[in-house]
Write a protein that binds this ligand. Structure first.
Ligand code: R5P
Length: 299
């Protein structure tokens, strides 16, 4: 094991992950300075020598457009400075939801973005990407990729915190997470039907809850973005007279809403994974990411 050769960097607020990587794990923290020139262009400088080193850049990609250009420059510069391999750990992978051309002339940004990242990096690890029309990341990424599942950790959180949970997925796509979380706990689960009429207009159908009296509804989705999906589900559960729901999102984007928005609508509690820093973070993915990274680095 060479303790000094795998350097880990963060560009945009992934310091909490970098700190875990360097705690006796054999990874070394690298220093990368980034600032923005008055005209909005990015300045980058590696303060840690890279020649002959493998490096990992950890960055989560909520608000991706501000982050992508510096990220690509950071990967390119690392290779230019002699890094032997440049890996990307992206706890929240952006640009997965526009995965088809729904209207003529639209960009399929999942594919364009995958090409960009595949050119810049040697490998990539992420947590629960939004795989819907692309069955796997290999469909669109040409570099080796690994998906770290949040389900085992969410199951553990539910086991420790909720009595008599009834897991509810708000739409067909959430079925994959809901079943993975429910099965090890041997708890009941159901998946709703969702119709998204627009960015801020979501309707869901809730089946009868008569078979599950006294259960606590636990709504689980991969992404909480505008929160409209969670809000529609909370409203329907309230209308059915269910107990207040616990809302769990793997990736807490919270675009234009807050945790309080869901609490005010009737949620008992809002919980997320720390793939994006947020006040709802309760489930820590660090150790799973470290374990996954060991598959790619010489450590
Ligand atoms: C969509 O298919 C996803 O699984 C989520 O349900 C969706 O991204 C949530 O978005 P929002 O919070 O904007 O309703």
């Amino acid at each position: 094991m060479n303790e000094t050769k795998t350097l880990v960097f963060s560009l945009f607020g992934a310091d909490h992950f970098v700190d875990e990587f360097v705690k006796g794990q054999g990874f070394k923290k690298g220093h990368l300075v980034r600032r923005t020139f008055p005209d909005g262009e990015s300045y980058l400088r590696y303060e840690t020598p890279l020649k002959g080193c493998e490096i990992i850049i950890i960055d989560t990609l909520n608000h991706p457009d501000d982050k992508i250009v510096p990220l690509i420059f950071a990967a390119d510069t690392a290779k230019d400075l002699g890094a032997t391999k440049v890996g990307l750990i992206v706890p929240y992978l952006a640009y997965m939801r526009q995965d088809a051309r729904f209207h003529p002339g639209e960009a399929i940004t999942s594919i364009s973005f995958a090409k960009l990242i595949s050119k810049a990096f040697d490998w990539m690890i992420t947590v629960d990407p939004h795989l819907h029309r692309h069955p796997t990341l290999d469909d669109i990424y040409t570099i080796p990729t690994q998906v770290v599942p949040a389900a085992p950790l969410i199951s553990s959180w539910i086991r420790a915190n909720i009595e008599k949970p009834l897991l509810i997925g708000p739409d067909a796509e959430s079925g994959q997470w809901v079943s993975q979380i429910a099965e090890p706990l041997k708890i009941p689960y159901t998946v709703l039907e969702k119709v998204r009429l627009g960015d801020y207009d979501v309707k869901v159908s809730i089946p009868t809850l008569a078979d599950f009296p006294n259960h606590t509804p636990v709504l689980v989705d991969d992404i909480i973005s505008t929160g409209q999906t969670m809000l529609a589900a909370i409203h329907h559960l309230k209308a059915l007279g269910a107990k207040a729901a616990v809302c769990i999102g793997v990736h807490p984007i919270f675009a234009g809403i807050t945790t309080q928005t869901l609490i005010d609508a009737g949620a008992m509690r809002v919980v997320s994974c720390n793939t994006i820093p947020h006040d709802s973070n309760q489930v820590d993915l660090s150790q799973s990411l470290i374990q996954a990274a060991r598959n790619y680095v010489n450590i």
